[in-house]
Every structure is written in structure tokens, then in C-alpha cells.
Design a protein around this ligand. Structure first.
Ligand code: SAM
Ligand code: SF4
Length: 474
């Protein structure tokens, strides 16, 4: 008889990781993937920087305020690091990742000596190697002079997921060069992941109980990843393929550019049940003159016609958007064109920002910068209109029965929070046992940011195209 001896498996020691994420959903995805990359090294998530051995700030450079927040957070981290060293409680490693790291890497190292390493958005797969090197020499800076393909190829297959919804990056970068925007400089040229890689990641997520995917990209509807035969795919075809994966019931995608909204994708909104009736389609301004100065390459008429075509395919679609007010040269008349466009479209939710000049972008050098108080007043007026529309949309759900995917427990005992097909947050008491399930909910009332409902006695037929939930009959 032979005996096989196997060496005991040595688990790496537990170390604590705290990642603070700023900005868009793509950064949320990147933070999750950084945690995936670091897990095999023994790093487990912790909720505070005070408890952590390794802190990563995953940063956003889109507006000045977002970038400045990073420096103030670094000041706090430096105090924690120094306090810990003085108390002899072990080292704290600090990394800055994301778009500020990419745009201002050297500046960060100069302004904040407590930072150990700086890593751009295309290089975070190298964190394990960087950590080893940093133990020997501080001051590593790894930029995004890599193709995204290197990063995605190097990321682990396994994904840590938390709940039944997940982000999945399918496209990165931007070639549109809107004159106000830093993204083409910080995230690089447009690139789409191959179809097979996206499907493999989606299957892995479905295997862990994910039922709703949000496909991410700076211009996600321009997706053209390679099919197995080498031909370029489209976002519509990718959505159909993803919907075939057992367990994947819901698909969303963000952010889209109006010029990449193809007829095929619009048709999919009318034909593919899994494609949720929600679309984030930023227009930025309602004034043709400002759209030209922004280099958006579309006018207001084209945008409004596009909305009509999308609504013809999927009448109940909820529309969302982004707006910038106070762009250089914006007059009262231009701003009124934006307000008029918003009144015509009737958004279910949307974001409005005051223009923030970004170094190196063409708009930052344009004359006629709008005074801050004027921009602020316009921002308040636009936000008030958007909130009014959002509240009206939410209130219009009262009395309907809709499908809700429960995602997490609420604040009250027994309560669960889920999402409607239109991306509204829905709070339901006595539903915490249903997390991960899609369940019919009777909406009692809607308010500005959420809906309140109760479990419906019966599940409605699958909600039909053009049917904004069913009227309650009970
Ligand atoms: N690719 C998307 C598109 O075409 O609309 C947007 C991506 S960007 C990360 C998100 C939003 O930030 C933009 O839609 C825009 O409204 C806003 N944004 C970008 N640059 C800005 C700036 N310099 N000042 C204020 N808002 C800005
Ligand atoms: Fe920025 Fe314009 Fe590209 Fe959107 S399309 S990421 S706003 S440059």
C-alpha cells in the first residue's frame, strides 16, 4: 500500500484592503477588479482606512472638484500612516489609482510624499508586482501606456461579487474628443473586449447568482469587439448573446453616445425582453451653437428625432442624460434651449453639472468663460426641473404591479431594496428573504428618489413592451 503525502496548503496571511472609489461606474468595476487581483495575496476588504494595511484611492479626473478631493483625502491618510508608524503598529501602504493617477502622477508624488505608488487605469493588474517592488523602493509610477488588452488578459477569471447585480466593462476609452472632456486623454483610445471574453466573464458572474448585468463603456454603444470568427460585433448582438446565458435575466448598458445609437440597437429595445427599458443617453446641451463648440458632432434636432425613434421601439423606456451648464460662451438663450429640450424629452432621471475647465482640453482655453454665479444659478434651475420630472415619473408608478429584482437588505428589519426595470430603487417590507429574486411588487407610492411597495399577491405576466406595469385590479 502506498501513501500519498501532500504538503499542507499554506494560506497567505490575512491583510486588510480599503479601496475608496470616486467617479463613474467604470471606476466601481475597476475597484472590484483590483480587489480580485489582490485577493490571492491574502488581502480581504475592510470598511475603513484606519483598519487597513493597504489603501487605494481610485480617482476621477472629470471635474476639478473630484480631483481636489483626492489631495484632501491623501492628507488624512498621511496622518493615519504617521500615527501608526509612531505607535509601532505596522506599515500602511497608500496607492493612488484611476484617472487622477494617470493625469497627475508626478504631481501626486511631489505634493504628497506619503503616497507609495501611483497606478493608471490600464495598469492595475500589475498591483501585486508593484507592491513587491514598493517594499524595496518607494515612488513607483505606472502609467496607462499599456493597451487595455494587456490588463484584461492578466485579470483573474474569478470575480468577487456581492449580490445579484454586477457591472461588466466591455469597452474602454474614447475617440470623440468633446472639447470639455479629459476621458480621451486619461482612458486612451476606444477599444472593445472580444465577445468570447465578455461572455466568459458573464457566465462566471451568472454562476455566482448574478441576474442583472450592466455593461460599461465610455461609449458602450460603440462596442465593436471581435466575434470568434474575427468579425466585429455590435452591442445589440452582444446583448442577445448575453441574454442566452442561463440566469441572466436583465441587461443594461451605460454610457452611450447619441451618434452610436444604431437602428439595430434601437430595434433590440423593442424585441429583447432582457434589455431593460432604461437608457442613459447624454446630450450635454440643448443649444446647437454650444453643441458645436463642444464638438459633440450631433445637433438638438438629431437628438430629439433619435428619442422619438427609441420611444417608437420601446414606448415605456425611461430616459436619463447628462448636462453641462455654463460651458464657455453659453448665453441665457442657449441655456433656455437646454431647458426647452429637457421639457420636450421628459427625463426619468438625469445629471446636471456646472462646467469645470480641465487643463489640456480645448474648452479650457476658450474665451467667454461664464461667471461662476451665473453657472450656479443655471445649474439650480436645471436641477429643479430634472428633479420635478424624476419625481413625476416615480409618482406615476403608484398603483402598478412591476417586477423588482431584490438586491440587498434595507434599513428597517425585514425590509429589502430592489430595482424596477426602470432602475428605480424600490423599498419593500418583509421581503429580505427574497434577495436575489425577481418578484412582483405593488407600488404604493413614488417619491423623488425611490418607490415604496408591497409584495403583490400574484406575479404579473412578463411586462410587455409598451406596458408601463399593470394597473392593480385588487
Ligand atoms: N461618454 C459619455 C458621453 O458622451 O456623454 C460621458 C462620460 S463622462 C465620464 C460623464 C459626464 O461628465 C459627461 O457626460 C459630462 O456631462 C460630464 N463632464 C465631462 N467633462 C466635464 C467637465 N469638464 N465639466 C463638467 N462636466 C463634465
Ligand atoms: Fe468625454 Fe465626449 Fe468621450 Fe463622452 S464622448 S467620454 S463626453 S469625450
Amino acid at each position: 500500500m502506498t501513501e500519498t503525502l501532500s504538503a499542507p496548503k499554506v494560506e497567505p496571511p490575512q491583510k486588510r484592503l480599503f479601496i475608496k472609489t470616486y467617479g463613474c461606474q467604470m471606476n466601481v468595476y475597476d475597484s472590484e477588479r483590483m480587489a480580485d487581483v489582490l485577493r490571492p495575496l491574502g488581502y480581504a476588504a475592510t470598511d475603513t482606512a484606519e483598519d487597513a494595511d493597504f489603501v487605494i484611492l481610485n480617482t476621477c479626473h472629470i471635474r476639478e472638484k473630484a480631483a481636489e478631493k483626492v489631495y484632501s483625502e491623501l492628507g488624512k491618510l498621511r496622518e493615519i500612516k504617521e500615527g501608526r508608524a509612531a505607535a509601532g503598529r505596522g506599515a500602511l501602504t497608500i496607492a493612488v489609482a484611476g484617472c487622477v493617477a494617470q493625469a497627475e502622477g508626478e504631481e501626486i508624488m511631489r505634493r504628497q510624499p506619503a503616497v507609495d505608488l501611483v497606478v493608471g487605469p490600464q495598469a492595475y493588474h500589475q498591483l501585486p508586482e508593484l507592491l513587491t517592488r514598493t517594499a524595496r523602493a518607494r515612488g513607483e509610477r505606472i502609467g496607462a501606456d499599456f493597451a487595455p488588452v494587456d490588463k484584461f488578459d492578466a485579470l483573474p477569471q474569478a470575480r468577487g461579487v456581492d449580490g445579484p447585480t454586477a457591472f461588466l466593462t466591455v469597452q474602454e476609452g474614447c475617440d470623440k474628443f468633446c472639447t470639455f472632456c479629459v476621458v480621451p486623454y486619461t482612458r486612451g483610445a476606444e477599444w472593445s473586449r472580444p465577445v468570447a471574453a465578455v461572455l466568459a466573464e458573464a457566465r462566471e458572474l451568472a454562476g455566482q447568482g448574478v441576474r442583472e448585468l450592466t455593461l460599461l463603456g465610455q461609449n458602450v454603444n460603440g462596442y465593436d469587439g471581435e466575434e470568434p470568427d474575427g468579425a466585429p460585433s455590435t452591442l445589440a448582438r452582444l446583448a442577445w448573446a448575453l441574454a442566452d446565458i442561463p440566469g441572466i435575466d436583465r441587461i443594461r448598458y451605460t454610457t452611450s453616445h447619441p451618434n452610436d445609437m444604431s437602428d439595430e440597437l434601437i430595434a433590440a429595445h423593442g424585441e429583447l425582453d432582457a434589455l431593460m427599458p432604461w437608457l442613459h443617453l447624454p446630450v450635454q446641451s440643448g443649444s446647437d451653437r454650444i453643441l458645436r463648440l463642444m464638438n459633440r458632432k450631433h445637433g438638438r434636432t438629431k437628438y430629439l428625432e433619435l428619442i422619438d425613434r427609441i420611444r417608437a421601439a420601446r414606448p415605456d423606456i425611461a430616459l436619463s442624460g447628462d448636462f453641462i451648464v455654463g460651458f464657455p460662451g453659453e448665453t441665457d438663450r442657449d441655456f433656455e434651449d437646454t431647458m426647452d429640450l429637457v421639457r420636450r424629452v421628459q427625463y426619468a432621471s438625469a445629471f446636471a453639472f456646472a462646467y469645470s475647465p480641465r487643463p489640456g482640453t480645448p474648452a479650457a482655453g476658450m474665451g467667454a468663460q461664464v461667471p461662476a454665479d451665473v453657472a450656479r444659478a443655471r445649474l439650480h434651475a436645471l436641477q429643479a426641473l430634472l428633479w420635478e420630472q424624476q419625481t413625476a415619473f416615480n409618482m406615476s408608478q403608484a398603483g402598478k404591479i412591476i417586477d423588482v429584482l431584490f438586491e440587498r437588505p434595507g434599513r428597517h428589519p425585514g425590509q429589502a431594496i430592489g430595482r424596477s426595470p426602470w432602475l428605480q430603487s424600490v423599498h419593500v417590507d418583509g421581503a429580505d428573504h427574497l434577495i436575489g429574486e425577481i418578484v412582483a411588487v405593488e407600488i404604493e407610492h413614488g417619491q423623488q428618489n425611490s418607490l415604496k411597495g408591497r409584495l403583490a399577491g400574484q406575479r404579473p405576466d412578463r411586462f410587455a413592451v409598451g406596458d408601463m406595469g399593470k394597473e392593480m385590479t385588487a
